[in-house]
Design a binder for this molecule. Structure first.
Ligand SMILES: C[S@@+](CC[C@H](N)C(=O)[O-])C[C@H]1O[C@@H](n2cnc3c(N)ncnc32)[C@H](O)[C@@H]1O
Length: 247
């Protein structure tokens, strides 16, 4: 790991993710604008499954006085993030977000919780539990925004979306010349000159399409959230938001 040029691998990660995830940076920007926090206040923000931190860094550009907890379980992602962070306002922490104990000290702590392309890694049961943790960790009136794969409620329509997404991703990779997931990790490991233990197999329990949109709406409402809404959608991709009620 010591050998790795963190800036270089951060840029390669970003190029790859921007090919896989349509309108990724637009969606980051949208979530942070919708949050509509004060630029002057010291907002407390949590980024779930932060990877090397692009969404956290974007949050800091929107809210320069914010303090951000960037949480992920992958030590390589966290090392790249720490290597490129130019501020101590983003604190990278290693955690498996399925562990209830990690959430305990965070009751009513955050003004905003965001996530990008992470929740589809989790099983249905763990997403339900995560929504309950998020609810508890938000201050009254606090907001949650998630940008992720969220499937059509109709499996036949979702199958069509999936095919089209694949075509769009292939043309993005062709134009940009970015790594795909396998080549990114293979080449990063070669550059590191050592076998990297990243726990990916331990983490992945999800579905490539994500769960149906209706599941997210119903589960967020059942967890106590209000103002549950899709703010952006393109085939099986979405940005969903929700607010914890003021007392
Ligand atoms: C596709 S990456 C997205 C990273 C980042 N949000 C981005 O948009 O660049 C998904 C991330 O979720 C993390 N992740 C998945 N399951 C997790 C869990 N249970 N606890 C913590 N992090 C998890 C993975 O380690 C990975 O870094």
């Amino acid at each position: 790991m010591e050998k790795l040029d963190r800036q270089h691998w951060f840029a390669r990660w970003e190029a790859m993710q921007n090919c896989y995830v349509p309108h990724r940076l637009y969606r980051f920007d949208l979530m942070l604008k919708l949050a509509d926090l004060s630029r002057e206040g010291e907002a407390h923000i949590l980024d779930l499954g932060c990877g090397p931190g692009a969404l956290s860094f974007c949050a800091l550009r929107h809210y320069p006085k914010a303090r951000i907890v960037a949480a992920d379980f992958d030590p390589v992602m966290l090392a790249i993030g720490r290597g490129v962070a130019e501020t101590d306002r983003v604190q990278f922490v290693r955690v498996d977000l399925r562990q209830a104990g990690w959430w305990e000290p965070y009751e009513e702590t955050f003004d905003l919780i965001v996530s990008s392309t992470m929740l589809h890694w989790l099983s249905e049961g763990n997403i339900k539990r995560l929504y309950a943790h998020i609810y508890r960790a938000l201050k009254p009136g606090g907001q949650f925004f998630n940008s992720d794969h969220m499937a059509s409620n109709d499996p036949a329509i979702q199958a069509h979306y999936r095919k089209l997404l694949h075509v769009n991703q292939q043309s993005a990779f062709h134009v940009v010349g970015a790594d795909d997931w396998e080549s990114f990790w293979r080449e990063l490991e070669q550059a590191a000159g050592e076998k990297l233990d990243r726990s990916e197999e331990e983490l992945w329990e999800g579905t490539d399409n994500g769960l149906p949109r209706q599941f997210h709406v119903e589960t967020l409402r059942a967890s106590g959230f209000e103002q549950v809404a899709f703010h952006w959608q393109d085939m099986g991709e979405a940005v969903i938001g929700a607010r914890k009620p003021y007392r």
